[in-house]
Design a protein around this ligand. Structure first.
Ligand code: OAD
Length: 250
């Protein structure tokens, strides 16, 4: 693994427009379970029953009780880990322009990244389905489920449910960043959910190097990504930052 970490540090040192695409795996070391694989959320509950917009519209109480309350508990407690801070260090070193994240936990911003496209929205806010008014998730009163706005409308997370469109502005900005970058770090995503999983393809087609960081291979491995560093996000990012500091000091 060390030789690939050194290779990634050299690639990043020589790049002028690096970006990252992240997924649930980057937050696993912060205590947030992923969706797929061992211990994944979708092993416990069926996403079509609890994370599809039609299910929410049919039975918001059920979705609030099973999915949203649990997410709130987990996200409220989570702090950035070494993988998040590594990406924030890369930005501070002038080496990372943008993060496209599928995560809704807000941890990239807490770590210090300033240009984060939240492809699937953000769990920090709830939006009234009637008047559109917003309230911070931390402020929401859970004594009544589903929680309601003063206007009587039901609150929903400001996230993208299955069956909903990616906000067009996020889509446009992500495609633009993917087509302009010369390196895309793909960290902690199974790369099976579209259209996010298409961003590395856009990067590759436009000449970028695609570097995966993941303990497991993905559908991108060996096809779209130039190489994969098989490891956990925190340890790999610590290694990359240490090597990059040596290169930039030299
Ligand atoms: P997944 O849960 O599908 O994939 C998590 C990935 O992280 C897997 O490839 C793991 O091997 C990897 N992983 C696990 N631990 C890791 C670690 N410590 N460091 C690095 N990687 C690790 O999550 P996503 O790809 O983000 O969408 O899923 C995409 C979308 O599917 C989510 O945004 C969500 C979900 O359904 C919606 O809810 C709309």
């Amino acid at each position: 693994m060390q030789d690939l970490i050194e290779r990634a540090a050299r690639d990043i040192a020589g790049s002028t427009y690096a970006i990252a695409l992240t997924g649930a795996g980057i937050s696993v070391e912060s205590g947030i379970p992923p969706f797929r694989g061992k211990g994944g959320l979708w092993e416990k509950i069926d996403p079509m029953e609890f994370a599809h917009i039609d299910s929410f519209l049919r039975d918001p109480e059920k979705v609030w009780n099973v999915l949203i309350k649990e997410m709130k508990g987990v996200v409220d407690e989570a702090k950035p880990n070494d993988a998040h801070t590594g990406l924030a260090d890369l930005e501070r070193m002038g080496k990372l322009k943008t993060i496209i994240t599928q995560n809704v936990d807000g941890l990239h911003q807490v770590a210090g990244n300033t240009d984060v496209i939240e492809f699937h929205g953000n769990f920090a806010w709830q939006r009234c389905m009637d008047c559109g008014g917003k309230i911070e998730t931390s402020e929401i009163d859970l004594s009544e489920i589903p929680p309601r706005c003063a206007c009587g409308g039901i609150y929903r997370p400001d996230c993208v449910f299955f069956g909903e469109m990616i906000p067009p502005d996020y889509m446009r900005r992500s495609q633009q960043a993917a087509s302009l970058c010369d390196i895309m770090l793909v960290l902690g995503t199974s790369a099976v959910v579209q259209p996010a999983a298409y961003m590395p393809v856009v990067a590759k087609e436009n000449g970028a190097k695609v570097i995966e960081i993941n303990p497991e291979n993905t559908p991108l491995t060996g096809r779209i990504s130039d190489y994969i560093i098989l490891g956990r996000g925190g340890e790999v990012m610590n290694g990359i930052i240490a090597e990059l500091e040596k290169l930039l000091d030299a």
